[in-house]
Design a protein around this ligand. Structure first.
Ligand SMILES: Nc1nc2c([nH]c(=O)n2[C@H]2C[C@H](O)[C@@H](COP(=O)(O)OP(=O)(O)OP(=O)(O)O)O2)c(=O)[nH]1
Length: 135
């Protein structure tokens, strides 16, 4: 089974969500949360902080990450861990390969021509809207 993560980062005001525009497959040209592959034997939470730092420069001083949901695709032998966190302060983002941007909640996150994940970004954000996140 291959394991991936993706991380939902909200700004301090909780009115914007951090996305990257993917520069390679899967989902080249589409917006996705930041994230990547969990290494063999790597601790899940450590992997989430590592990917977040590598792709954005955000550290564990800037944010606390919480497990949000997990997806398992049994036929594809893939699992994906989703984490969520709210920034404690404004951060100057440092992109790695994928350009980063903040999007507000007015987007149609189910639009598969704009967003990765066959609609599951829309699903995650609907659940996020139902979730009380502490600061
Ligand atoms: N929203 C969403 N994201 C997905 C799905 N499936 C899936 O792999 N992803 C994400 C997880 C990862 O963030 C990304 C794929 O990781 P990647 O190919 O960039 O991984 P990688 O480890 O090679 O990246 P990197 O080390 O080069 O940074 O796509 C999905 O169904 N929905």
């Amino acid at each position: 089974m291959k394991s991936y993560n993706c991380i939902i980062v909200l700004n301090k005001e909780k009115d914007r969500i951090l996305f990257c525009k993917r520069m390679k497959d899967p989902y080249e040209g589409l917006y996705n949360f930041v994230g990547g592959k969990i290494e063999e034997g790597e601790d899940s939470l450590a992997a989430a902080y590592r990917e977040l730092y590598e792709e954005t420069g955000i550290t564990d001083k800037d944010i606390i990450l919480y497990p949000f949901m997990d997806y398992i695709w049994h036929f594809q032998q893939i699992r994906m861990e989703v984490y969520v966190g709210v920034l404690k302060n404004e951060v100057e983002l440092q992109r790695e390969k994928h350009p980063l941007c903040w999007l507000d909640f007015s987007q149609d996150f189910f639009d598969m021509k704009l967003f990765a994940g066959e609609g599951n970004i829309g699903h995650m954000i609907e659940i996020l809207k139902m979730t009380k996140l502490s600061d």
